[in-house]
Ligand binder design. Structure first.
Ligand code: NAD
Length: 495
């Protein structure tokens, strides 16, 4: 069996035509967040690397007839890939944890969820079809639509869910019969290469799924390439805007999964223990580096003290440590630079009147050398105009806000340029659906937070994104509709 661990210290991290190779641009180092020591070295992919990956994918599409292979055949390969991933969960999870710093138990869950996603799209692949529109006139003319692949799609990913993000993009793209070129984040470049190898092992023709490593310039080359039919991007709002502008040069459709500053609302009738668990789910997975996190926790004034008295001891007792240790609950932030940014946000919140109920300090757990760790923080005394309450912090920091009534909290929850997610806790079923209908967010939870099985469409309102990933709707984003009119009589021409 291939061992993922052989990726460590190696250089050939592009995967083109089924072969690992080095890019031809400048070299870059990839660090292990746990200790901030070098994990691997790669090269940025330059214009000729990107062109080679695009040509390889386009060529493979033609020579292997991938786009016209039956949905059932594509499903078999996707299912094989999911099975291979399941057999190698431990190994992939170890690679992922070493690459992005989240605790091993979380990486295992991400890898399992990635297999679920591939299996889900395998299940849909044979059912991708158009429709028949009959009896368009008295003569029996009719029409039908064909749902066809786009051709070569490209994905650009962030560092917080490296394996899962790649799967969310590649699985629906392949199910629809597209080829794919993926560029992972240079901060977590490894598991995408392993995924591409697994797909070849599963029977995917070499070249149909290629990986190019690199920074923003490599991403720009992909987004602007005439041979790329679509870009699916996950990352920050500013980069998403740039990608959208670049893609517009060749009128490529884009899917953008961007950042957020999501609200979680706890009403006075909520089950408090569940609401506290929800607030922790909404804030401390992946060291708080989750796009959909509900970092603005609005709690009804009547129950705020009770909520806080349950929340604080649970957050304060979270075990922060080396992510490879079995008992670690919160691991390392992606980089010391990012941790410094998070700590600065905490300082700014304090300067603007907030105070820490727990955490918020840089830690040095055993055996972590120069890794960046922050104790999970709760900031109280917040108001809506504080910088840290308005902007995406992307760290283990929960901001507490209180409210008086429903109308007020809906208005405040929506008062943001973002609209990725929202969650509410209440026992009142009528209120639950009324409030959810008023929230400007693409992914909402009632009495839970950050649960995301592949059946559910995921994506943002407002500046949090364009399009959806997962769910059957993802297939629309990786295919195009051809309408065919069939004349059964004579042409009635006015000329
Ligand atoms: P980022 O925007 O800095 O980078 C994302 C990717 O874009 C990287 O691969 C990067 O190399 C590439 N890139 C940079 N400049 C580019 C350019 N000009 N053209 C093309 N590609 C370019 O984001 P990040 O720091 O890696 O990730 C964190 C951000 O991602 C957060 O804002 C988070 O909310 C967001 N995110 C969103 C989702 C979602 O599903 N909505 C999921 C995970 C992360």
């Amino acid at each position: 069996m291939r061992r993922a661990i052989r990726f460590l210290g190696t250089k050939e991290l592009n995967f083109v035509s089924g072969i690992r190779q080095d890019g031809r641009g400048s070299p870059f180092d990839n660090f292990e967040p746990a200790t901030w020591t070098r994990l691997s070295q790669a090269r940025n992919s330059n214009a000729s690397d990107v062109a080679q990956a695009v040509e390889s994918a386009s060529g493979a599409c033609t020579t292997t007839s991938w786009s016209t292979t039956s949905g059932r055949e594509r499903a078999k390969i996707l299912r094989n890939a999911a099975q291979l991933i399941r057999r190698r969960v431990e190994e992939i999870a170890e690679l992922e944890t070493r690459d992005c710093g989240k605790p091993l138990w979380e990486s295992k869950g991400d890898v399992e969820a990635s297999a679920d996603c591939i299996e889900y799209f395998a299940g849909l692949a044979p059912s991708i079809h158009g429709e028949h529109i009959h009896q368009l006139d008295g003569g029996g003319s009719f029409a039908y639509t064909r749902r066809e692949p786009l051709g070569l799609c490209a994905g650009i990913g962030p560092w917080n869910y490296p394996f899962q993000t790649a799967c969310w993009k590649v699985a629906p793209a392949l199910a629809c019969g597209n080829a794919f070129v993926y560029k992972p984040s240079p901060l977590a470049p490894l598991s995408a290469v392993l995924l591409a190898e697994i797909f070849v092992d599963a029977g995917l023709p070499p070249g149909i799924f290629n990986v190019v490593q690199g920074d923003g310039e490599t991403g720009r080359l992909l987004a602007s390439h005439e041979g790329v039919a679509k870009i699916s991007f996950t990352g920050s709002v500013p980069t998403g805007k740039t990608v959208m502008a670049t893609a517009s040069g060749s009128v490529k459709p884009v899917t953008l999964e961007l950042g957020g500053k999501s609200p979680m609302i706890v009403f006075e009738d909520a089950d408090l223990d569940n609401a506290v668990s929800g607030a922790m789910m909404a804030n401390f997975l992946s060291q708080g580096q989750v796009c959909s996190n509900g970092t603005r926790v609005f709690v009804h004034r009547k129950i705020k003290d009770a909520f806080v008295s349950k929340l604080v001891p649970r957050v304060a007792s979270l075990r922060v440590g080396h992510p490879m240790k079995e008992d670690t609950q919160v691991g390392a932030l992606i980089s010391p630079d990012h941790a410094a940014k998070v700590l600065k946000y905490i300082e700014s919140a304090k300067d603007e009147g907030g105070h820490l109920l727990c955490g918020g300090e840089a830690l040095r757990p055993p055996d972590t050398a120069n890794g960046a760790y922050i104790s999970p923080a709760i900031v109280d005394g917040c108001n809506d105009s504080m910088q840290a309450v308005k902007e995406e912090v992307f760290g283990p920091v929960l901001f507490l806000l209180d409210f008086e009534n429903e109308e007020e909290v809906i208005h405040r929850a929506n008062d943001t340029v973002y609209g990725l997610a929202a969650g509410i806790f209440t026992r009142d079923v009528t209120r639950a659906h009324r409030v959810i209908a008023s929230l400007q967010a693409g992914m909402c939870w009632i009495n839970n937070f950050n649960v995301q099985p592949p059946e559910l469409p995921f994506g943002g309102y407002k500046q949090s994104g364009v399009g959806r990933e997962n769910g059957t709707v993802a297939l629309d984003h990786y295919s195009q509709l051809k309408t065919v009119y069939v004349e059964m009589g004579d042409v009635k021409s006015p000329f």
